[in-house]
Design a protein around this ligand. Structure first.
Ligand code: ATP
Length: 273
């Protein structure tokens, strides 16, 4: 798959230019630059601790920039508060899901549509997420924390969709899921992308990410070390190293898990039939 035709001519959805960010005095990412065109799916790859989540937090305004700029639809949002970014259409499905376990599925979804723009479109938002995730419709009154890991991940993505995103930031949507659920979640992401929503995707499951992304960036120790089309990255020795590197860091157990996820991801494109 290639970059959409409009990408070269229209204003990018997201332009990150030389950003530095971190935690207290510790710099976690430095000099990161990347670009996401309207309607594109772009993935951030890299081993544990490479700075993927930190980049997502900087984009969504959860941590401040120490340096550099972030532009969204041409506007400099480097100093814009996180809640204003949500209203502007940057919605995050965070790593670890962070749903409210004691609230029902419906209550979690409604909280996702709290920004003024999304509140007005709540009914349409619910229709959209229930079409995408029929399983959530069957469980509207169930406590979110009592659902399976895969269902909770669907809820986390659905809650972000309830914010009416133009740019959907998905941080590790396949983390901890069974191969079957990985396939289901990636099919949902594919459907969201087909509906025209721009996606910035952080994934340790490199192969799965490259099946749905048009382009990607590889981060290592807080810097972009490689970038290219999904096809180029899939062939790249650098990406092979990042993939194997992340599995290696976790030892044998993670390594087996990563291999399972990769196997599931390889099946993903065919699962849609
Ligand atoms: P993973 O795949 O494990 O989530 P990542 O690529 O998303 O990794 P980050 O979570 O962005 O990496 O971490 C980048 C660096 O920032 C790491 O050195 C990490 O230890 C550090 N870091 C992340 N979160 C915090 C935090 N809340 N406080 C202090 N340091 C942090």
């Amino acid at each position: 798959m290639n970059t959409p035709m409009s990408a070269a001519t229209s204003t990018p959805m997201l332009e990150i230019d030389g950003i530095r960010a971190g935690y207290k005095d510790a710099v976690a990412i430095d000099g990161v630059s990347l670009r996401v065109a309207q309607g594109e799916v772009v993935c951030l790859l890299g081993a544990n601790g490479a700075g993927k989540t930190t980049t997502m937090r900087a984009v969504t305004g959860l941590i401040p920039l120490m340096k550099g700029t972030i532009r969204y639809q041409g506007e400099d949002i480097s100093n814009m508060p996180a809640h204003d970014r949500v209203t502007a259409g940057i919605c995050l499905s965070p790593e670890g899901r962070q749903i409210f376990p004691d609230l029902t599925v419906m209550e979690n979804l409604v909280l996702g549509s709290f920004n003024p723009r999304a509140r007005a479109l709540r009914k349409e938002g619910l229709e959209r997420v229930f079409t995408l995730f029929p399983r959530l419709l069957e469980r509207t009154t169930q406590a979110a924390g009592s659902m399976s890991g895969g269902e909770q991940q669907m809820l986390a993505i659905a809650r972000a969709l309830m914010g009416q995103p133009k740019l959907l930031a998905l941080d590790e949507p396949s983390l901890g899921l069974s191969p079957k659920m990985v396939t289901a979640v990636f099919e949902s992401i594919r459907a969201i992308a087909s509906s025209g929503i721009t996606i910035l995707l952080v994934e340790q499951n490199t192969r799965a990410a490259l099946t749905i992304a048009q382009r990607g960036y590889v981060l290592s120790t807080g810097q972009v070390v490689h970038q290219g089309t999904a096809e180029d990255l899939a062939q790249s020795e650098m990406v092979q190293k990042a993939f194997i590197g992340s599995a290696h860091l976790h030892g044998g157990r993670r390594s087996r898990r990563d291999r399972r996820l990769a196997a599931a991801a390889n099946g993903a494109p065919h699962a849609a039939g």
